[in-house]
Design a protein around this ligand. Structure first.
Ligand SMILES: C[S@@+](CC[C@H](N)C(=O)[O-])C[C@H]1O[C@@H](n2cnc3c(N)ncnc32)[C@H](O)[C@@H]1O
Length: 222
């Protein structure tokens, strides 16, 4: 079944609130502010940046003026339509439809200085290791990821409620949320990320908790 969450099923004709920080509870607003600040510092001097899972293009206006080339990848038609509208303003941005499991078919080795896989995109994919391996092939320096941090079940419940997402099931042991519209959204401890990184022959560099709810990790070549 094609996942319909990122095709807008929960929101109908309304805005895609799930990717719009103005609708978030305070801790998640704080996460977004902290993430944006970190990104601005980390990408200084970069030529090419990839955003894997570009969504509605939330970060395009922040990243595009700071780099020579920005490529956003997504496989959901609604997300591609929205991010392409945002990208029209910038000559150095390309939005491409592709599955994150096939990135190395599109780009030569080490094409990007940095790759970004943010706001729990890695927690939405079928096979995290496969995606990390692909990112590793096409990234010269670091891969920055942000994921739901384990131990934040109550905060996540509040977030989905505020964003207007109907949750059909929660695996409270593994801290995985399932939406009625087909979203499966995982969460991670630092150990979980270290394990995934090792499997992809990457290693954890810097890490931080943002807003008390999100884990930010820099992955580097091992
Ligand atoms: C949680 S959103 C994050 C969007 C954006 N990075 C942000 O911070 O606003 C995840 C995005 O990844 C996309 N996505 C999930 N799995 C994907 C896959 N296998 N291939 C390509 N895009 C994918 C979804 O369609 C969605 O737009």
């Amino acid at each position: 079944m094609k996942e319909s969450f990122f095709e807008g099923k929960d929101f109908g004709k309304e805005k895609f609130k799930a990717l719009m920080p103005e609708y978030y509870p305070p801790k998640y607003k704080k996460y977004i502010l902290e993430e944006t600040k970190l990104l601005k510092q980390k990408i200084i001097g970069a030529n090419r940046i990839l955003e894997a899972g570009v969504g509605i293009g939330r970060l395009v206006p922040i990243l595009a003026p700071r780099v020579k080339e920005l490529v956003g990848i997504d496989n959901a038609d609604l997300m591609l339509k929205k991010s392409k509208q945002v990208a029209k303003e910038f000559k150095n941005v390309r939005i491409v439809k592709e599955n994150l499991e096939n990135l190395s078919k599109l780009f030569p080795p080490k094409y990007f200085d940095f790759s970004l896989c943010l706001w729990n995109t890695i927690g939405n994919v079928k096979d995290e290791v496969k995606v990390l391996r692909e990112l590793k092939k096409i990234t010269k320096k670091s891969i920055f990821i942000t994921v739901y941090h384990k131990g934040t079940l109550q905060d996540r419940k509040e977030w989905y409620k505020r964003a207007g997402v109907t949750i059909s099931k929660i695996d409270t042991g593994k801290e995985i949320f399932y939406s009625k519209s087909g979203l499966k959204s995982k969460s991670y401890s630092l150990k979980d990320i270290q394990k995934l990184a090792r499997a992809a022959q990457l290693q954890v560099g810097e890490f931080k908790i943002l807003g008390g709810v999100i884990l930010w990790v820099e992955l580097v070549h091992s």
